[in-house]
Ligand binder design. Sequence first.
Ligand SMILES: Cc1ncc(COP(=O)(O)O)c(C=O)c1O
Length: 402
Amino acid sequence: MKISANSKRCVLSPIRKFYPFSEKAKAQGKKVYHLNIGQPDLPTPEAFFEATQAFSQKTLEYAPSPGMPVLLDAVQKYYEKLDVTLKTDDIFITTGGSEALLYTCLSILDPGDEVIIPEPYYPNYRTFINAAGGKICPLPTQPENGYRYCDREKIEGLINANTRAILLTNPGNPTGVMLSEAEMQMIADIARKHNLYIISDEVYREFCYDDSGRIPCMGRIQGIEDNLIIVDSVSKRFSSCGARIGCAITKNIDIQDALMKFCQSRLSVATLDQIGAAALYGVDDEYIRRSVREYRHRRDVCITGLRNIPGVMVEEPMGAFYVMVKLPVDDTDVFQEWLLTEFDDHGDTVMYAPGAPFYETPGSGVDEVRIAYVLEENKLKRAIEILGLGIARYRKEKMGIE
Ligand SMILES: Cc1ncc(COP(=O)(O)O)c(C=O)c1O
């Protein structure tokens, strides 16, 4: 039986690729430290559980397709605090930011259309874009330059008749790069000049570590109302990945019409999750400030540990909770398998996400990894220590380097 060409161009998540090996290692009694997945471990605010437990209707009905009014109002008020004025009609509640990304791609792309994305990038973008028949046009960056990508000449050099959009993650997964206000303005100018969409994935919006207290949002930039689609989510902000609530936000009426068709086709997003998510937006801002302080501390612990490993190259990330790291090994895919099958230190080993699948350009990222610093301090320190021990032993045993 035939399988679609679009699905064949999609890939399984590289972040979960070594799961069978880690299960086997665990079955053999090893302890595996997970630096591979961006699953926040801080407690979800009680408000979520209280709101869902208080649900008293006798029937669990479908919610309205674009979202329940209580959640749309909560999202609108949250954006007001960011100085972004929205109508509730501009907001489409989705099953996580993931569905917002998929529906955005389905709304704006035709087969052959290109989306410029700085690489390394969040690998699931490949699935969303390919499912819509589109194609990623990578904007290369350099580890030596902290993966910064905002270079007008380079971006404009990639634009051609098929280019439809620029997709940004700000702050960035996997690099932690955060755009300055001037850089955001530059992207906006490019999009306006070349009539492109900007898909601004801001699911890590509050996780910024630059001391300015600035919370970035493309929605504050004037004059790009028709270009901009913001992708948002409660997953990271409220440590509630399992709630599966996100949204796509746009003032472009044509995209709104397209999004509505996709939202109606899946009828609705889970009612109880929407009720819980609405309550999350009522939580004291101190919850988010505390989370951000905690992740900033973990970033510092992580970077200090990594810089103590000889041959490791790492720049301090400014946001989100990931860092791309260049390791002194030949192939981080092979090294990961070795860590899980042949190595342990007192029964402990470690997992990261190998770097190559974060790139579109073949051959890039083979000696890089993405580390998610979502473990608490002591576990994080130990995980990085194991990584250092593993690198030293692998270099000696497999690469013949002392
Ligand atoms: C950059 C980025 N965008 C979107 C998502 C989707 O998250 P969710 O579907 O949980 O909102 C993630 C999840 O890790 C992410 O890292």
